[in-house]
Design a protein around this ligand. Sequence first.
Ligand code: CMP
Length: 138
Amino acid sequence: MSSPTERSLVLLKPDAVRRGLLGEILGRFERKGLVVEALELRTMDATLADQHYADHVEKAFYPPLKDFMTSGPLVALVLAGDEVIEVVRAMIGSTDGRKAAAGTIRGDFALSNRENLVHASDSPESAARELALWFPKL
Ligand code: CMP
């Protein structure tokens, strides 16, 4: 019996837009065989930032993270595929771009633990919450 295809909410952050890396990053996901089910250029406002990062709002790094995430347009997308949540997390690499493995998106293109190009859901529970927040009609 095959399991239903999984979905992940992925954000190509404002640094990815500013640096012209959208094609590079999207191309990696496409070449992996993941399916783009939704894609939208959006600007995160303060309310959406607080909702999206509800687990982090009390942390010291949150105010500058919020400033960064609301600083310009980002691309919100829904990716689908077999075990997509785990697959995308492996492809983007660890949070800190300085420590992320070469060959991952952050390892190849990021040099910061804040401006790290991509956000991706980290569990089925966070994917369900984030998909409802960003794409309520899907
Ligand atoms: P993301 O996957 O979007 O989830 C939370 C974000 O907070 C993370 O990527 C980084 O952009 C940011 N972040 C996490 N830890 C730190 C930190 N120690 N300092 C600055 N930013 C951080």
